[in-house]
Write a protein that binds this ligand. Sequence first.
Ligand code: NDP
Length: 315
Amino acid sequence: MNIGQEGNKGRIKMAEIIDGKAFAAKIRAEVRDDADKLISQKQVKPCLAVVLVGENPASKVYVGQKSKMAAECNIKTKDFKLDASTDQETLLKLIDELNIDSSVHGILVQLPLPEQIDERKVIDTIVVEKDVDGFHAINAGRLSIGGAMLKKAFIPCTPLGSLLLLKDKVEDLKGKNAVVIGRSNIVGKPMSQLLIEESCTVTVVHSKTKEIEHVCAQADIIVAAIGRAEMIDANWLKEGAVVIDVGINRIPITKEDGSEGSKIVGDVDFESASTKASMITPVPGGVGPMTIACLLRNTVTSAYRHADLDDPRSI
Ligand code: NDP
């Protein structure tokens, strides 16, 4: 599909919905095939160690989903649940053990961590070759350098998932104007670097950007990673833009029976943006499922690398 495709005359044009749930299922099927091949060729079962410190409810749900989907992909998981009061030394000792455990190919420490623990210290203690979240300073550096270095890196899962969705839908990313809203190390920065690598012309905007709406309205591609519920509406968009909504925000709602509840929305006002975008990811069901699929993909890639084999898939 071409960016900027026109709808039927006289009708309100609605964007094509990018189905991240279906695409993530396809990625997981590939991951399972790759895991099966490794098991039959090398008798090695990919294994992900998942470390959860504390009782953050969202983290617990997320970790549970990871383990379930890993099992479906023939990836073994080792779960480590530590008390919220765990000190940094204890956590680092566990990571050291996992670093030298040859049966473990990926180590994931669920963020956020309790405040007594230095997140950066923990991330950089994970051995680079098992950093399947791609947050280690060396993996971030490899992504930043790009080219051949990118092939050695692990790419953070949410930006990787967002890029795979884009590449599936947009025939040629070269030369497209892309605006990434947000500059976090987890999403915004790596996303912008991936888009540069795809030869997009990339602008990163954030909370201090002046005339941010005007900048966004020049974009063929918008990636919203802000953490502000439904902030981006049609007024921010160029006609025909492709919109990737990374945001996950829980907002209060009043249910039909009058009781109070909540729902998950993105950083983009889906209804409004759909009238102007050519394609858009929904929330839920867009980028979210891709994140776990890419974590599993990175884990199997790591198992291949540990077995001295080429990566089973490229970006
Ligand atoms: P951070 O809070 O780390 O970063 C948010 C970024 O948005 C910052 O760069 C901030 O700017 C910018 N920002 C905040 N307010 C505004 C504003 N009013 N105008 C412009 N820019 C603004 O968040 P994350 O990157 O970790 O996450 C972003 C969103 O993505 C969240 O909703 C999160 O839940 C979601 N997420 C979803 C994942 C998934 O699997 N789908 C995975 C990870 C995150 P500044 O730097 O100036 O403060």
